[in-house]
Write a protein that binds this ligand. Structure first.
Ligand code: HEM
Ligand code: HEM
Length: 329
C-alpha cells in the first residue's frame, strides 16, 4: 500500500531548496521604486507607439491576461515576422538571475532595450522612440516626475528603467506552493508526491530558488539530446553569446512559476502538453524514463506554482499630436 507523503518533512526539505515569493509591496520597498516610475512603466508596457508599426507593445507578446506570455510557438513581431524563440513570461522575471533563454541580458532594464530595437519584434530605434515620446506633452510630464532632477528626463535609458520598475511589480505571490512553504497544508497527496519526486529525482538541481529555475545554465540534453523537432539545430543557445564550445546548446533552466499558464514549452515552443515537457526533462536532463504516475504527480505539483495574478488596470494612453512620428512600414 502506498504510504502518504510526510508533509512536514517535505516542507522542511522544500524550504531549504525554494523561497517564498514576496509581494509587490515588498519588492517596491526593496528596490526603492516610486509610484511615478511604476505608472510610467505601466503606460510604456502597453504603448504600441514604441514600435515602428505603432501596433506592437510589450503586452502583445507578454500579455498580462495570459500569464505574461503569448501562448504561441514562437512570437510574431514586426511585419508578421516569426521570431526564433518562444516568449518567456514577464511575471516574476525580476527574480531571474539573468534575462532571456540564453541569459544575454543581465537585468530587466538592459533587457527592455532589446525588443524595441529587434527587427523581428518592435523594429524601432532609440531616436524614433524618443521622438515619439517627446512629441506627446503628457509623456514629458510623466518622465519629469519619474526622473526628477535629470537634464533630459525623456531618454531611451529612462524608458528602460521605467519598464523595469513596472515589471518589478509583476509578481505572483500566494500560490498553493508558497502557502505550503509558510506552513499551511495547501497541497494534496498527489501534489506532495510530485514535489517529493521533483526534489528527490533531481529536477531541483537545476530548478530551485525563488523562481524554481531561472538561475543557472545547462545543456538542453545533459544526458540525451532531444530530437531536432524540439531542439532545433540552428539555435545553439549560450554558444551564440559566449562562442565557447562548452556552451553549445546551453540554455537557462526555465523558471517554473506559473508554468501551467504558459504553454507551449521550451525555447522552441514545440511542446504543448506539460506532462510531455516533464517526460522530456526526465529523459534529456536526468537520463530516466519517468513512470506515468510520476509524471502525473510532478505535473500536479507544477500546477501549484500558479500564483495570484497581478491586477493591472489597462491604461488610457495620451493622444498623438501632429508632430508625433507616423507609423512606419
Ligand atoms: C524575452 C520583456 C517586447 C518577445 C523577454 C524577457 C522580458 C521581456 C523581461 C525575458 C524574460 C525571461 O528571460 O525570463 C519585454 C518588454 C517588452 C517586450 C519590457 C517591451 C519593451 C516583446 C515583443 C515581443 C517579445 C513585442 C514579440 C514580438 C520576446 C521573446 C523573448 C522575450 C521571444 C525571448 C527571447 C530570447 O530568449 O532570445 N521580454 N518584452 N517581447 N520577449 Fe519580450
Ligand atoms: C526547461 C521541468 C529537470 C534544465 C524546463 C521546462 C520544464 C521543466 C516544464 C520548460 C520551461 C518553459 O518552457 O518555460 C523539469 C522537471 C525536471 C527538470 C519536471 C525533472 C524531472 C531539469 C534538470 C536540468 C534542467 C535536471 C539541468 C540539468 C532545464 C533547461 C531548460 C528546462 C536548461 C530550458 C530548455 C530549453 O532550452 O527550452 N524544465 N526540469 N531541468 N530545464 Fe528542466
Amino acid at each position: 500500500m502506498a504510504v502518504d507523503p510526510d508533509a512536514n518533512k517535505l516542507r522542511e526539505q522544500a524550504n531549504s531548496q525554494f523561497k517564498v515569493i514576496p509581494t509587490a509591496e515588498q519588492v517596491i520597498a526593496d528596490k526603492k521604486l516610486t509610484v511615478e516610475q511604476i505608472d510610467l512603466g505601466k503606460q510604456l508596457f502597453f504603448e504600441p507607439r514604441l514600435s515602428k508599426s505603432q501596433i506592437i507593445s510589450c503586452n502583445s507578446c507578454h500579455s498580462l491576461g495570459t500569464g505574461g506570455s503569448d501562448n504561441i510557438r514562437t512570437s510574431i513581431g514586426h511585419g508578421w515576422q516569426k521570431g526564433p524563440r518562444n516568449s518567456p513570461t514577464v511575471l516574476n522575471a525580476v527574480f531571474n538571475g539573468a534575462q532571456f533563454w540564453d541569459g544575454r541580458a543581465k537585468d530587466l532594464a538592459e533587457q527592455a532595450k532589446g525588443p524595441v530595437q529587434a527587427s523581428v519584434e518592435m523594429n524601432a530605434t532609440p531616436k524614433y522612440v524618443e521622438d515619439v515620446l517627446r512629441s506627446i506633452p503628457e509623456y514629458s510630464e510623466m518622465f519629469k516626475k519619474a526622473f526628477p532632477g535629470t537634464q533630459h528626463p525623456i531618454s531611451f535609458d529612462n524608458m528602460a528603467k521605467a519598464l523595469e520598475a513596472f515589471e518589478s511589480t509583476l509578481v505572483t505571490p500566494h500560490s498553493k506552493f508558497d502557502q505550503f512553504l509558510t506552513g499551511k497544508n495547501t497541497l494534496n497527496n498527489l501534489e506532495l508526491k510530485g514535489m517529493e519526486h521533483f526534489m528527490n529525482k533531481g529536477c531541483v538541481a537545476c530548478h530551485s530558488g525563488i523562481n524554481v529555475g531561472g538561475q543557472g545554465y545547462f545543456p538542453f540534453g545533459v544526458v540525451k539530446k532531444p530530437g531536432a523537432d524540439i531542439l532545433p539545430v540552428s539555435d545553439r543557445g549560450r554558444y551564440m553569446v559566449t562562442k565557447t564550445a562548452t556552451d553549445d546548446y546551453v540554455f537557462r533552466a526555465g523558471p517554473l512559476r506559473n508554468i501551467a499558464l504558459t504553454p507551449p514549452y521550451f525555447h522552441s515552443g514545440e511542446v504543448w502538453d506539460l506532462e510531455e515537457a516533464v517526460a522530456i526533462m526526465g529523459t534529456s536532463q536526468l537520463g530516466t524514463t519517468l513512470a506515468e504516475d510520476e509524471i502525473k504527480a510532478i505535473t500536479a505539483f507544477l500546477h501549484t506554482l500558479t500564483g495570484e495574478q497581478p491586477k493591472v488596470e489597462y491604461p488610457t494612453l495620451p493622444r498623438r499630436r501632429p508632430q508625433t512620428p507616423k507609423p512606419g512600414e
